[in-house]
Every structure is written in structure tokens, then in C-alpha cells.
Design a protein around this ligand. Structure first.
Ligand code: AP5
Ligand code: MG
Length: 214
């Protein structure tokens, strides 16, 4: 099962992608998580990506495409994967389509988690992220057992640099300009599925599993 999660920043792509990955036993590939891990480890890629990310801008396509095309050819991807945060521009989608064609395969579903901007602005200030293992929480909707401590790995939780309100607005603008056109792209490809992301997390997940099957 080869899936793409589409949706605005904060729509719940990561939240749902982790649940999908666990249920269907496929890897969750988040380009945002990959960049954050590289920043934390001080790699060349991390240094290049950080200034774009902190401003709420997209990292240039050439830093992203090869990385993902490489990743989906690794052994653990043979039964599928869930891509979260990629593709994010039409050129990224075209490069993924071309690479998959070469591999003789295609995307099964691009799942668009639909949430209006006003809900997103409310959500983001409450998100807390674990930069050690990638887990995500919300102070109100999905609180960790102990405040500001990751349930999974025990590391401290943080408010992501790009979750400050002015940067969230910038990310939403970038989303509408550069990423929303992918809804059309995947509709034309015949693989778009829409899910109402304003529901409770469990209800969003149920809508997705109804689509994908048991
Ligand atoms: P990335 O990490 O992908 O960020 P994003 O797309 O902005 O998405 P988020 O992670 O903010 O939101 P999400 O949809 O995963 O929501 P979540 O599940 O956490 O990218 C960061 C940056 O990296 C980009 O800005 C860019 O610079 C760069 N980048 C990454 N990929 C790139 C690419 N391909 N090309 C170029 N640049 C790239 O949920 C949000 C919050 O809401 C959480 O607190 C959660 O607990 C809560 N929540 C989730 N679902 C619900 C619900 N149903 N009800 C209530 N609360 C909910
Ligand atoms: Mg995410």
C-alpha cells in the first residue's frame, strides 16, 4: 500500500500517518522529521534546510526529491509506505511519479486531510513535539502522561520553532500557493481521497481505515 498524506500544516498528517504505519506495518516517511533529525545532528543537509524551515518556507525541491526517491527503494518499503509532507510542490509530485513509473509502480491513494485555516491556527500553538523520536502531542487534544515529557522515549517536548503564530500563517500561505495544487494533480491521477480532518483524531482514522480496508 503506497500512500501520500496531503493537507495543510497542522491538518493532522503526521498524527494519522503514524497510526496508518502501525496498523498496516509500513514505514512512515516524513520529510519534515528527516530534516529536523538532520538539523539536530548538525549535518550539511540540516544546515541547508534550517533557515528555510524556521521562516516557514519550503526547502528547495532539489534537496528533497532524491532523498525520498532513495528512501522508497529501501528494503523496508517493499510492501509500501506512507509519505507525509512529500510531495509538496508540483515539481516534487512529477519527480515522484516519474521515479515510480521507472520502478513499475504507482501511488494507491493520496489522502487529503481537510481542515480550514482557522482551526489550524488554534491547533498549532498547542502542539508539542519530541525532537528525539518524532512523537507529536497536543496540550489539550492529545496530552502526554507527564506534561512536557515524551511518553515513548522520555525526552523533553518542545514547541517547534515554526509553530510560532506568525510562522504558522506564513506556512499556510505557502501551503495554499504551492501545495494545494496537488489536490488537482492527484484528482486527475484518479487517486485522491478526501477525509474531514476537523473530526476527532480517532474518527479521522476510522474514515481512513474505511477507505483502505482492514
Ligand atoms: P512538516 O514537518 O511536514 O510540517 P507541516 O506540513 O507544516 O505539517 P505539520 O507537521 O506541522 O502538521 P501535521 O499535518 O503533520 O499535523 P500533526 O499531526 O502534527 O514540515 C516542516 C517544514 O519542513 C516545512 O515547512 C518545510 O520548510 C520543510 N519541508 C518538509 N517537507 C518538505 C518538502 N517535501 N519540500 C520542501 N520543504 C519541506 O497535528 C498538528 C497538531 O494538531 C498536533 O498537536 C496534533 O496532536 C493535533 N491534532 C491532530 N489531529 C487532530 C484532530 N483531529 N483534532 C484535534 N487535534 C488534532
Ligand atoms: Mg507533521
Amino acid at each position: 500500500m503506497k500512500l501520500i498524506m496531503l493537507g495543510a500544516p497542522g491538518a493532522g498528517k503526521g498524527t494519522q500517518a503514524k497510526k496508518i504505519a502501525a496498523k498496516y506495518n509500513i514505514p512512515h516517511i516524513s520529510t519534515g522529521d528527516i530534516f529536523r533529525a538532520n538539523i539536530k545532528n548538525g549535518t550539511e543537509l540540516g544546515k541547508k534546510a534550517q533557515s528555510y524551515m524556521d521562516q516557514g518556507l519550503l526547502v528547495p525541491d532539489e534537496l528533497v526529491c532524491d532523498l525520498v526517491v532513495d528512501r522508497i527503494q529501501q528494503e523496508d518499503c517493499r510492501n509500501g509506505y506512507v509519505l507525509d509532507g512529500f510531495p509538496r510542490t508540483i515539481p516534487q509530485a512529477e519527480s515522484l511519479t516519474a521515479a515510480m513509473e521507472k520502478l513499475g509502480t504507482k501511488i494507491d491513494y493520496a489522502i487529503n486531510v481537510e481542515v480550514p485555516d482557522e482551526n489550524i491556527l488554534k491547533r498549532m500553538g498547542g502542539r508539542r513535539a519530541c525532537l528525539a523520536c518524532g512523537a507529536t502531542y497536543h496540550v489539550e487534544f492529545n496530552a502526554p502522561k507527564t506534561a512536557d515529557i515524551c511518553d515513548t522515549c522520555g525526552a523533553g517536548l518542545v514547541l517547534r520553532e515554526d509553530d510560532k503564530p506568525e510562522t504558522v500563517q506564513k506556512r499556510l500561505d505557502v501551503y495554499h500557493a504551492q501545495t494545494q495544487p496537488l489536490i488537482d494533480y492527484y484528482t486527475k491521477a484518479g487517486v485522491l481521497a478526501e477525509v474531514d480532518g476537523t473530526q476527532d483524531m480517532e474518527d479521522v482514522f476510522k474514515a481512513i481505515t474505511d477507505l483502505l480496508g482492514e
